[in-house]
Design a protein around this ligand. Structure first.
Ligand code: ATP
Length: 454
C-alpha cells in the first residue's frame, strides 16, 4: 500500500515537472477537481483519441462519427431522466464536515444504502447524517438576464447527442443495422467528493459509441454483440500497454443494474488508490430512443430495408473515459530501474515511461552532442527531415546523459544523437528507450529505420 501511494505521488509530480498535467488555476490557489493538460499531456491525450477514432470509426464500415453541441434543449435532459435522476446520494460528517458518497461507503462496508448513516465517519469516526440526493448536472442560463429564462445544462454525458441525432444519421447516411454512432468530447458533473487526480473531475473527456441492433429475437442475439464488444474493448486496452491482470471485468448484478439495462460490465483498473471503474459496457435496450420518441413526438423508428417493417433499434453502449484512459496508460507505463550512469561503475534509478510507441508524445528526439554550430546545423536538418513523418523534439541543453533521462521520463522511444563523427561518417547514434541500446545508423538509412521501428 505504502509503495502504491508512493507511486501515485511520484507520477503526479513527474506529470507536473515534465509538462503532462498541471493543477487547474494553480496561481490562484487551484480549483478542486480540475486539471490542465500541458504540452506533452495534450499530445498524449490527442494520440489516444486519434488511435480510438482510427480503430473504431475510420477502420470500420459499420461506424460513423459525429460531434454534437454541449448545450442541448433542456427537454433532452428531462426525457433522458437526468433532471430527475442523475443524482448521487451524499452523507456529511456532523463532526468534521467531510462529505462522502453514501453508495461508495455502502459498497466499501458491505451494508445497504439506508444503513450508511449508522457507520462512523471514515475520517474522524464522527456521526454521519442521513443520505441526501444531490443532482450532478451543472446549470447555467442563456441570455443576459438569468431570471428571464429556464436553466440550460452543461451535458453530464455525451450519449444523448447521438440519440437525438439518430434520425438524422439514418436519413442522411444510408446505414444498415447493425451500425454505430461514435463521438468524443467534454462532459460535466458537479462531483462533490474527493477527486483522486484525473480519476474524478468536474469536467472530463469521454469517448463513446452507441451500437444499434435490430430488436433481438432472443437473449443470444444481443449477448453475441455484447461479447464482441467486450472483446474489442479488451484488445483496445491491450493496445494502450495495459496488461490483462491490471484490469478486472466486473459483472454488475441485481439492484446495482440500472432498471433499463439488461447487462452491464464495468471494466475496472487497479489504480494505486484501489480497483475502480475505467470503462463501462451496457446493453440499454430501446430505452433511450423510446424516451426521446415519446417526449419529442419525432418518429425515431428505423425502416427495415428487407421487410419494410418499422421498429426502434436496441443499443449497446461501450463508454471510455479519456482522462481515466490517460491515467491508466501512464500508470502502466511508469517504471523505475537501476541503470548505469555516465560515470563508469555507478548506478542510479532510471525513471522510464514505457508508453506504446504510437502514443508517445515525442517519438524521436534529436540531440546534438554539443552546441557547436556544425553539429547544430546538421542536427536541425535531420530533425526537420524526421519531422515530416514523426513527432520530433530537438534538444541541445545540458549533458547528453541528462537529456536521455528527460526523454526516458516523457516516454520517447528513440533518441538520435549527432556527434562529431557524424560530420565525417554520415551516421548517427540511435538510442532505444527500453533497452538503452545504442546503434550506429547511416543517415541515408535512418528514415526507413525509424519508419520500420515506429
Ligand atoms: P463513477 O461510478 O466512477 O462515478 P459512473 O459509473 O458514473 O462513474 P459513467 O456514467 O458510466 O460513470 O461514465 C462513463 C465513463 O466516464 C466512466 O467509465 C469513466 O471512465 C468516466 N467518468 C465518469 N465520471 C468521471 C469523472 N468525474 N471524471 C473523469 N472521468 C469520469
Amino acid at each position: 500500500m505504502q509503495k502504491k501511494e508512493n507511486k501515485m505521488e511520484k507520477l503526479v509530480s513527474l506529470a507536473k515537472r515534465r509538462g503532462f498535467v498541471y493543477p487547474g488555476s494553480e496561481i490562484y490557489g487551484g480549483l478542486a477537481n480540475t486539471w490542465d493538460y500541458g504540452p506533452y499531456g495534450v499530445q498524449l491525450k490527442k494520440n489516444i483519441i486519434d488511435a480510438w477514432w482510427r480503430r473504431f470509426v475510420e477502420n470500420r464500415l459499420d461506424m460513423v462519427g459525429m460531434d454534437s453541441a454541449i448545450f442541448m434543449n433542456p427537454k433532452v435532459w428531462e426525457a433522458s431522466g437526468h433532471v430527475d435522476n442523475f443524482t448521487d446520494p451524499l452523507v456529511d460528517c456532523k463532526e468534521c464536515k467531510e462529505r462522502f458518497r453514501a453508495d461508495h461507503l455502502a459498497e466499501e462496508n458491505g451494508v445497504a444504502l439506508d444503513e450508511v448513516a449508522k457507520l462512523p465517519c471514515p475520517n474522524c469516526k464522527g456521526e454521519l447524517t442521513e443520505p441526501r440526493t444531490f443532482n450532478l448536472m451543472f446549470e447555467t442560463h442563456i441570455g443576459p438576464v438569468s431570471s428571464d429564462n429556464k436553466p440550460v445544462y452543461l451535458r453530464g454525458e455525451i450519449a444523448q447527442g447521438m440519440f437525438v441525432n439518430f434520425k438524422n444519421v439514418i436519413d442522411t447516411m444510408r446505414m444498415k443495422l447493425p451500425f454505430g454512432i461514435a463521438q468524443y468530447g467534454k462532459a460535466f458533473r458537479n462531483e462533490i467528493t474527493a477527486g483522486n487526480y484525473l480519476f474524478r473531475q468536474i469536467e472530463f473527456n469521454l469517448m463513446e459509441f452507441e451500437y444499434f441492433i435490430a430488436p433481438p429475437k432472443s437473449d443470444e442475439d444481443w449477448q453475441k454483440v455484447f461479447e464482441e464488444w467486450l472483446g474489442e474493448m479488451k484488445e483496445w486496452i491491450r493496445s494502450l500497454g495495459i496488461k490483462d491482470d491490471e484490469v478486472y471485468f466486473h459483472e454488475i448484478e441485481g439492484d446495482d443494474l440500472a432498471h433499463y439495462s439488461k447487462r452491464t460490465v464495468d471494466i475496472e483498473y487497479h489504480y494505486p488508490f484501489g480497483l475502480k471503474e475505467l470503462y463501462g459496457l451496457a446493453y440499454r435496450t430501446d430505452h433511450d430512443l423510446k424516451n426521446h420518441m415519446e417526449a419529442s413526438g419525432a418518429d425515431m423508428r428505423y425502416t427495415d430495408p428487407n421487410t419494410g417493417e418499422k421498429y426502434l433499434p436496441h443499443v449497446i453502449e461501450p463508454s471510455f473515459g479519456i482522462d481515466r484512459t490517460f491515467l491508466a496508460t501512464i500508470l502502466s507505463a511508469y517504471d523505475e530501474e537501476e541503470a548505469p550512469t555516465a560515470n563508469d561503475g555507478e548506478v542510479e534509478t532510471r525513471v522510464v515511461m514505457r508508453l506504446p510507441k504510437h502514443l508517445a508524445p515525442v517519438q524521436v528526439a534529436v540531440l546534438p552532442l554539443s552546441k557547436k554550430e556544425p553539429l547544430q546545423v546538421k542536427a536541425k536538418e535531420i530533425a526537420k527531415a524526421i519531422g515530416q513523418k514523426q513527432r520530433i523534439e530537438y534538444d541541445e541543453s545540458g549533458s547528453i546523459g541528462k537529456r536521455y533521462r528527460r526523454q526516458d521520463e516523457i516516454g520517447t522511444p528513440y533518441c538520435v544523437t549527432v556527434d562529431f563523427d557524424t560530420l565525417e561518417d554520415g551516421a548517427v547514434t540511435v538510442r532505444d528507450r527500453d533497452t538503452m541500446r545504442q546503434d550506429r545508423v547511416a543517415i541515408v538509412e535512418l528514415y526507413d529505420w525509424l519508419a520500420r521501428n515506429l
